[in-house]
Design a protein around this ligand. Structure first.
Ligand code: CAA
Ligand code: FAD
Length: 379
């Protein structure tokens, strides 16, 4: 068993750490406060190749492995989870879905600009009545012979307004249940496609989350991904990798909060000594460090399995379940270590605590991860 990172891993990790400190940290509090999408920062992430990290260079990507992706997601999420979720969705849901299952024509037309970071994408599965219960799709895509006619509403879509390319899951044949579901590529500006207002959220406030409305949108046949009826499997397979991204985001939120708490515990004095000299604080730091290390190993294990082309659905769900719970526990404790200072915005930990919560909800709630894991272990 090999626990050492390669030179290339260390380099990419450092590049992401530097980017987070130099480009994301300035303004992160204001962006959170005003719900401002990190547009300039996302543009730079694209120029540096962080938006198509695992895509083959022949399609404009950086050709890196999933382990590198975990390292990058951790570093970016330590500082700004609103920016890192853009990286996660674009890489592991949109680019991966297109590279793995798209036609050559779809890859040339859509994957290349997405991988180069010239545009960003969105992944649209959830609906007002279909979140965890994802097979209950109400959005319909009726086969009209030479095109599909798309009608319905998608909810909670990350990059909802900033994206140019949307992967939309819809029901084509209700009688066939999940086998009648398809995935389509929708472009912003297609007649009948409108974006709802931005959601006002607890955390990841810089991320733009919107509902999307489709009214008689004509979708070319060439924009269906894969064979007829492949859409639900497409969503599930794509989410297997997406969950590694969100697990790593949770890991980064936790380790960002831990690093701040560790430093603060050394600096802050109470009862004549640094609070780090009080055993109650030491035990909190010890628990945080241990849980974060375990979460990191689960994330890297899932990524390693993916890189080896071995099954990784169970590993990615375990990583997401565990890392998101560690993110919640760690951020709550990091606020506690900061005392009253932790409760105000300047010290960053209250934001990390608010950001942590979403990692237990999106890309499958913790309860859904347990369902996926239980089905795997009971097989
Ligand atoms: N790979 C391939 N096929 C899969 C699969 C996988 N990982 N998981 C399920 N399937 C297949 C099943 O084999 C089955 O097909 P067959 O009938 O041909 O065997 C079909 O899909 C239906 O599967 P289930 O019977 O297991 O379906 P279910 O109704 O019990 O639901 C579920 C399964 C795991 C709960 C699924 O609905 C699910 O993952 N729900 C959560 C949805 C989710 O994660 N949404 C995230 C939205 S994106 C997002 O959130 C992005 C973001 O925030 C940034
Ligand atoms: P529900 O499914 O209604 O669940 C409510 C509660 O019931 C949860 O605790 C859940 O775990 C529990 N529950 C449901 N079913 C079961 C069961 N069988 N057993 C036990 N417990 C169960 N979706 C996208 O498609 N694309 C995106 O880009 C995207 N981005 C998002 C960004 C944000 C900020 C948010 C908040 C959500 C986003 N989502 C996105 C949607 C997200 O994936 C869903 O919110 C999530 O899957 C849960 O669905 P729901 O909200 O409908 O909750």
């Amino acid at each position: 068993m090999q626990f050492e990172l390669t030179e290339e891993h260390l380099m990419i990790q450092k590049a992401a750490r530097d980017f987070a400190q130099n480009e994301l940290k300035p303004g992160v509090i204001e962006r959170d406060e005003h719900q401002k999408f990190p547009a300039e920062q996302v543009k730079k992430l694209g120029e540096l190749g962080f938006l198509g990290m695992m895509v083959d260079p022949k399609y404009g990507g950086s050709g890196l492995d999933a382990m590198s992706y975990v390292l990058v997601m951790e570093e970016l999420s330590k500082v700004d989870a609103s920016a890192s979720v853009v990286v996660s969705v674009n890489n592991s849901l949109v680019c991966y879905g297109l590279e793995q299952y798209g036609s050559e024509e779809q890859k040339q037309k859509y994957l290349v600009p997405l991988a180069k970071g010239e545009v960003i994408g969105a992944f649209c599965l959830s609906e007002p009545e279909a979140g965890s219960d994802a097979t209950s799709q109400r959005t319909t895509a009726i086969d009209m012979g030479d095109h599909y006619l798309l009608n319905g509403t998608k909810n909670w879509i990350t990059n909802g307004n900033s994206a140019s390319i949307y992967l939309v899951i819809a029901q084509t044949d209700i009688a066939k249940g999940h086998k009648g579901i398809n995935a389509f590529i929708i472009e912003k500006g297609m007649p009948g496609f409108t974006v709802g207002p931005k959601e006002n959220k607890l955390g990841i406030r810089g991320s733009d989350t919107h509902s999307l409305m489709f009214t008689d949108v004509k979708v070319p046949k060439a924009n269906r991904i894969g064979e007829d009826g492949f859409g639900f499997k497409f969503a599930m397979k794509t989410l297997e990798g997406g969950r590694i991204g969100i697990a790593s985001q949770a890991l980064g939120i936790a380790s960002g909060a831990y690093e701040l708490a560790l430093q603060y515990a050394k600096d802050r004095k109470a009862f004549g000594k640094p609070i780090a000299d009080h055993q109650a604080i030491q035990f909190k730091l010890a628990d945080m460090a241990t849980q974060i290390e375990a979460a990191r190993l689960l994330c890297l294990k899932a990524a390693w399995l993916k890189d080896q082309h071995l099954p990784y659905a169970q590993a990615s769900s375990m990583a997401k379940l565990f890392a998101s719970e560690v993110a919640m526990k760690t951020t709550v404790e990091a606020v506690q270590v900061h005392g009253g200072y932790g409760y105000v915005k300047e010290y960053h930990v209250e934001r990390l605590m608010r950001d942590a919560k979403i990692t237990q909800i999106y890309e499958g709630t913790s309860e859904i991860q347990r369902i996926v894991i239980a089905r795997e272990v009971l097989k």
